[in-house]
Design a protein around this ligand. Sequence first.
Ligand SMILES: [Fe+2]
Length: 267
Amino acid sequence: MKWDQSFSIGCDLVDIQHKELICLVDQLESSLESGLTPQQLGAALKFIVNYTRHHFSAEEAFMEKIGFDELENHKKLHSNLIKEVTDILLSLKHGENLNPENLVKFLVDWVLKHVQEEDQKIGMFARNRKHLAEQTECKLKAEHSRRQLTLARLEKLKDLFKQKLIKIEDFKEQKVKTFTNMLREVGLNQLRAGFDDLYYFLSQSVICNHELKAIVVSFLQTSDLQKGLAEIIEIEDRLLYLRSFQEFEMITDDQFDNYKAEILDAL
Ligand SMILES: [Fe+2]
């Protein structure tokens, strides 16, 4: 067996050690063919156990670092192997006549199976975690640029007002429009993110409660509830969208219950 990139678990140090370990068990297998005395076999096994022990601690540190969810179970597999090989070494030391071929086969099979199957779970977990972290980072960047863009538009409005190019009524109207457009640009399938932005601006006193209500109402007034519900993919988002209509008294409680029942029926 040869190490290839598909065995990578996403940690250079552990990957290098896996390559080395595969190479070591390969050498052990070849030297068996040329015949080994119990002493030679003992020495080779001892070397592999020491190397494996050193490798396991690096791999366990990596698992801890990434928060691997099967850490305890994986550690148990490691300690079981160390214990088994240590017992074998003791038996050899006490002169017990063990079959070298069986010993080497056990060790080779264990290492190969472990690297190919068990360690791959660590690799998969690390890749998913990285993907999630990238997604979160991407989401945060999008959120930041969306908020910055809205603030820049608001600044422009303020300038127009300061220069007396628009009246206070126009400023207030355009301000509501700016935030309503922000919600539209975010889109119905990300309405939660759009509402988060609004509540963020409320917490920063960029808008007040009264403006928040005006923005949401203006957004909902230009939105067709039925079409919107058909367009939204996630059930949670559909319910949030529907609840907004009820909260701002744009539908009756009966209508709310009926639409809600339709959404839940689709589950
Ligand atoms: Fe492992």
